[in-house]
Design a protein around this ligand. Sequence first.
Ligand SMILES: [Fe+2]
Ligand SMILES: [Fe+2]
Length: 184
Amino acid sequence: MSKDHFLRIPKEVTDMLNQQIAQENLSSFTYLSQAVWCERKGFQGAAKFLYHQSEDERKHMLRIIYYLNELEAPVAIPTQQKGAAATSYPSLHHIFTSVLQNETKVTASIHTIVDYVLQVKDYRTFSFLQWFLEEQREEERVAQRAIELFDIMGNDGGVGLYEIDKALGKLIEEDEEKENAMEE
Ligand SMILES: [Fe+2]
Ligand SMILES: [Fe+2]
């Protein structure tokens, strides 16, 4: 590995991006374990939503890895989670509340990196992070909408939950369509 990467990207930024890799990885596995719980409980729509989000988080992680590779900067691959992800959750509503909280946390973490790269005039990484700023706006919008569905349809079991689950499946299908349209 050449030392040239220090010329292209400050060491502190490399460290922050590696922390972000770990955070995307953790999000991916958390959503995966929540997807499993939902599927076992018969919430097909919610499971579809969370499997999709889990894959998205892995893609976010890869995006950062590719960027660091391009600059020949060190990459830390998280091979071990701190303990296994939870396997049981109190309720569907609880899961989606935690999704929104997690996305808000990730946005804050991206903002911290953006703040820093501007301070040190690392405009290359600033430009790279634009995509993440947009993505987090979208991720928060979808998570917020998921919570709204509970508010609209009621959260106390039976028909309400059945309808919420269906709507969650539809919500992620719309999101997929949007993503595909953007890629074309
Ligand atoms: Fe992410
Ligand atoms: Fe996310």
